[in-house]
Design a protein around this ligand. Structure first.
Ligand code: KIV
Length: 285
């Protein structure tokens, strides 16, 4: 457990212990300023690989590298004190083998000081997650819509319609529920459930022994996460599951437009923005 100025930072076991308790508040944070603002309000700050879309303008998260995640992870850990910082394992940093996953995750933990990593995928990564958790690396799972697999999924649509319709019809688990169960069996301390239709997300959350964190999933999840820039209204296109709690995009636009106008019409900088204005009379200008 890390202690900073007397404040105890939340750990993966603290989050695990919150199953069925007080709702877990999570947001993404990619940089120092947003981490500092979000930290007092959040239990988890996720350095999501969505930074590839939001900060770098990539079409998908696939071009995001381990080095990028480490740089942003370091900034978020340094600027926060209370929240558990979880860093996403980017595409191609963990899929090849469990040994590759351990070496990438260990580098992330060592170089950022974060408290856990997140891995997208279910049943196929059970062995990898078990390998990591047995070696001291707390892992958050991520099932449902997994954006690193966008080229095999085809589109960013909600997951699990057929599986939800089949709920109760047989004792066999559907694919998404089986993914969640495999991730839990492997030792994940928590699971992100992304874009999963309500009845299925509700069912999985109720039957999963670790905290579920929803994004476009049920309000019955143990916590919720959103991309900070989406919920602050800084991004143009947002999914149905996003609520915009502020409209900073239009505020920023208005601020920049006002600055541009002031530079052009010469009202900026004003006297109050200049150094040594009192010397003007002295030198007779
Ligand atoms: O990368 C990310 O921001 C995420 C969240 C959407 C859960 O994985």
């Amino acid at each position: 457990m890390s202690v900073h100025d007397g404040m105890k930072r939340l750990t993966a076991p603290d989050i695990y212990a919150r199953k069925g308790g007080a709702k877990i508040v999570a947001l993404t944070a990619y940089h120092a300023w947003s981490a500092k603002l979000a930290d007092p309000h959040c239990d988890i700050l996720l350095v999501g690989d969505s930074l590839g879309n939001v900060l770098y303008g990539f079409e998908t998260t696939l071009p995001v590298t381990l080095d990028m995640m480490i740089m942003h992870g370091r900034a978020v850990v340094a600027a926060s004190r209370r929240a558990l910082v979880v860093v996403d394992m980017p595409f191609e940093s963990y899929e090849r083998s469990k040994e590759q996953a351990f070496s990438s995750a260990a580098q992330v933990m060592r170089e950022t000081g974060c408290g856990a990593v997140k891995i997208e995928g279910g049943i196929h990564f059970g062995e990898t997650i078990a390998f990591l958790t047995a070696r001291g690396i707390p892992v958050m799972g991520h099932v449902g819509l997994t954006p690193q697999s966008i080229h095999t999924i085809g589109s960013f649509r909600a997951q699990g319609k057929e599986e939800a319709a089949a709920l109760g019809a047989s004792n066999e688990m559907g694919a998404i529920e089986a993914d969640a169960a495999a991730v839990v069996a492997a030792g994940a301390f928590s699971i992100v459930m992304e874009a999963i239709v309500e009845p299925l997300a509700h069912h999985i959350s109720k039957n999963t022994p670790v905290p579920t964190i929803g994004i476009g999933a049920s309000a019955a999840c143990d916590g919720q996460i959103l991309v900070l820039e989406d919920m602050l209204g800084m991004t143009k296109r947002t999914a149905r599951f996003v609520r915009r709690f502020a409209e900073l995009g239009s505020e920023i636009d208005a601020g920049i437009a006002a600055y541009s106008a002031a530079v052009k019409n010469g009202t900026f900088p004003g006297r109050q923005n200049l150094y040594g204005v009192e010397l003007l009379n002295f030198i007779g200008d």
